[in-house]
Each structure stands twice: as structure tokens, then as C-alpha cells.
Design a protein around this ligand. Structure first.
Ligand SMILES: CCOC(=O)Nc1nc2cc3nc(NC)[nH]c3cc2c(=O)[nH]1
Ligand SMILES: [Zn+2]
Length: 374
């Protein structure tokens, strides 16, 4: 097996790259979209479904799994791979963002972040070392450092101090998990808010530490699409060309294609799975909501261009009926379809980069998605 962490770039089209990232649980072809499996499951799907839609790697949330059922329990029961019967790569976040966005009453010190559980209010402390130990217990193939994701609009001085702390935490995470240890990878996370000079400083400090990849954090936190693209265009090219770049929490189909065009290799977002549960479906002709009356007697497949089980087997009328009746099968079929849409788009992206046809592909999706609000 090729050494985990090896990242080979097979083709380029402008700044877009198509490559392979080796992990302890197999090879990931990039650019890649990672379905979010917050509580050790991609909501409403089982591992067979994920294989059917050709998911390569899924994301688990450290904060949630630490809280429930507990990372040490998961470790005793085979790590996420044994516990959830998922035999492919897993990426886990450090919990930093979840703590900042979910837990109440948090405080940040040099030592780490203290917070109260969103489940029972009990007090907890995540140090960088603890965040790594939890991810090791979960059996994560790609771990993230503990970082501080500053809120959109945070002023310059706080942002500058915060990125320095994130860098010191990142170094402590690397010490806790030395490079190459049992084939698991550790990514740094670039912060610096919406200040280009601070982004440069954060990236340069992190690149002095040997990480197998670099995430761009602190984006997709409420800013406009143009602002995100501005900071992304500044930050992505600073990062090492020969390491994977991961844009966290992104995004809509167009956000992802724009990210690929700027040199990003990895993405995760709850949009396809969350939208599925409220009936918003992504199709080759734009976004629709299945609850619209126009689908009441529509016997045609949801998306004739889609190869997923829902589109091969059922009509729009049936999908609408399930949704209106709040049937559990609605969540599963809508989720299967939305994730397959994202994963199929990434398959087309990898192919297009190989053929030097990425811009034509991006234009095709823009034609379908520009007019419908993102
Ligand atoms: C997924 C790995 O992330 C971390 O461990 N920390 C982290 N996570 C983020 C998740 C985000 N999701 C969004 N938008 C939906 N923006 C995000 C930023 C971060 C981040 O800065 N830092
Ligand atoms: Zn489909």
C-alpha cells in the first residue's frame, strides 16, 4: 500500500488539480466532496447506500461523538470503522467549530477551550492534545487541529491574536500525533478572518509545521459569496502546491466549482443532506422543492440525468407524496439523490480536469444554478 499522506497530482486545468490522496483506509480521488456523518451516520443512509452512491470518504464530528456515545466507547468497539461498519476513509473535525457554534458558555485560554455540553450542561475542556486523542480514539484517517474559528466581522486585533493561538495549538497537536504515526494524517487549519495580511501570516506560520494537508477555516461563516471567493483566491495559492487543500463547510454546487477553480481539493457541507430533509433537491436543471404542487401528478423521474436509486425507481409524484406525508422514506430517497448529485458532479470534475475541460463543465453548472438563488 502506498504510504498514507502521499498526494499525487495527476492532471491540472488552470489552478484546478485532479489527484489522489493515500490514507490508511484507501485512496481518495480529488477533488472530493465528503458527506457529513455527524453522529457516526450520514443521516438516513447505511454504509451500503454510501457505497452505491460512490462516497469515497465521510466526515465525523469530534464534539458530538465525544459527548455521545463517547470516544473511548467507540475506541473499544472498533473505532468509527468497526462501530459504524464503514470500511473507507473518515475525516474528523477537531470539535473547535462545533464548540464555537453549538456549546454554550465557552472560554478560550492558552490551555484550550472550556465549554458546557449542549446535551446536559456539564463542563468540559478541549486542549489541543485532548482534541487529537479523541480523534485517535475514533480511528480517524484525517484529523484536524484544534483551532479557533473567529466569527464573521471579528475585528483585526482579536483576529490577529487568535490566529497566533491557533498556530501554537496546531504545533501542540502535531507533537501529540507525530507525522506518520499509524498511517493517520493531521491537517493544519488556516485562520485570519477576512484580512488578507492575517491569512498570509496564518498560512506561513502553519507551513513551518509538517502537516500532510492544509484546511482553510473561518470561511462560510455568513459572509457573501464574493467575500468568500476573495479570501479563498488570496489564501489557496499560498499553501503548498504538493499538499491537499481542504475548504471547510463549503458549499453550494457553484461554491465548490469555484473552489476547485482556485485550487481546492477537498470539501464538506451539510447542504445536500440538510436540504434533502426539507425537500430541496439539486438537479441537472437547478434546485427544486419537491413539495411544489406542480409535481403532484408528475410521473417522470426527478432528474433524468441522475443515476441514483430514487431517480431510477420512483416518480416525482411519489417523492412528493412521501414528503407531504412526512414518511421516513422521503428523507432516505431525497438524501440518496442529493448526495449522488454532489458526488456525480465531483466525478465529472475529476474527468473534466483530466481532459482540460473544467471551465466548460463549470459554465454548464452555472447556467443551471446561476439564476436559482444559491
Ligand atoms: C472540519 C474541520 O474543522 C475544524 O475542526 N475546525 C473548523 N471547522 C470549521 C467548519 C466550518 N463550517 C463552516 N461553514 C458551514 N465554516 C467552517 C469553518 C471551520 C473552521 O474554521 N474550523
Ligand atoms: Zn437522483
Amino acid at each position: 500500500m502506498t504510504r498514507p499522506g502521499t498526494f499525487n497530482i495527476l492532471a491540472r486545468d488552470g489552478a484546478a488539480r485532479h489527484g489522489t490522496l493515500e490514507t490508511a483506509h484507501g485512496t481518495v480521488r480529488t477533488p472530493v466532496f465528503m458527506p457529513v456523518g455527524t453522529q457516526a451516520t450520514v443521516k438516513s443512509l447505511d454504509p451500503r447506500d454510501l457505497h452505491d452512491i460512490r462516497a469515497q470518504i465521510v466526515l465525523g464530528n469530534t464534539y458530538h461523538l465525544y459527548m455521545r456515545p463517547g470516544d473511548e466507547l467507540v475506541a473499544r468497539l472498533g473505532g468509527l470503522h468497526g462501530f459504524a461498519a464503514w470500511d473507507r476513509p473518515v475525516l474528523t473535525d477537531s470539535g473547535g467549530y462545533q464548540v464555537f457554534s453549538l456549546a454554550g458558555l465557552r472560554e478560550i485560554t492558552e490551555t484550550g477551550v472550556t465549554f458546557r455540553s449542549h446535551i446536559d450542561g456539564s463542563p468540559h475542556l478541549f486542549t489541543p492534545e485532548k482534541a487529537v486523542q479523541i480523534q485517535q480514539n475514533l480511528g480517524s484517517d484525517i484529523m484536524m487541529v484544534l483551532d479557533e474559528c473567529v466569527a464573521y466581522g471579528t475585528e483585526y486585533d482579536y483576529t490577529a491574536k487568535s490566529l497566533e493561538l491557533t498556530t501554537r495549538w496546531a504545533a501542540r497537536c502535531r507533537d501529540e500525533h507525530p507525522i506518520g504515526q499509524n498511517g493517520r494524517l493531521l491537517f493544519g487549519i488556516v485562520q485570519g478572518g477576512f484580512y488578507e495580511d492575517l491569512r498570509t501570516i496564518s498560512a506561513q506560520q502553519l507551513m513551518e509545521i509538517p502537516f500532510e494537508g492544509f484546511a482553510i477555516g473561518g470561511l462560510s461563516v455568513g459572509e457573501s459569496p464574493d467575500e468568500m471567493r476573495r479570501l479563498l483566491a488570496h489564501t489557496a495559492p499560498i499553501l503548498p502546491d504538493d499538499k491537499p487543500r481542504y475548504l471547510m463547510g463549503v458549499g453550494t454546487p457553484m461554491d465548490i466549482l469555484d473552489g476547485v477553480a482556485l485550487g481546492v481539493d477537498m470539501f464538506d457541507c451539510v447542504l445536500p443532506t440538510r436540504n434533502a430533509r426539507n425537500g430541496t433537491l439539486f438537479t441537472s436543471f437547478g434546485k427544486i422543492n419537491i413539495k411544489q404542487a406542480r409535481f403532484k401528478e408528475d410521473d417522470s423521474p426527478l432528474d433524468p440525468e441522475c443515476d441514483c436509486y430514487a431517480c431510477r425507481t420512483f416518480s416525482r409524484a411519489y417523492l412528493r407524496h412521501l414528503y407531504m406525508a412526512r414518511e421516513l422514506l422521503s428523507y432516505r430517497l431525497n438524501t440518496l439523490h442529493n448526495l449522488r448529485f454532489y458526488l456525480k458532479m465531483m466525478e465529472e470534475v475529476r474527468e473534466a480536469i483530466g481532459q482540460g475541460a473544467f471551465e466548460a463543465l463549470r459554465a454548464r453548472y452555472r447556467a443551471a444554478y446561476e439564476q436559482s438563488e444559491q
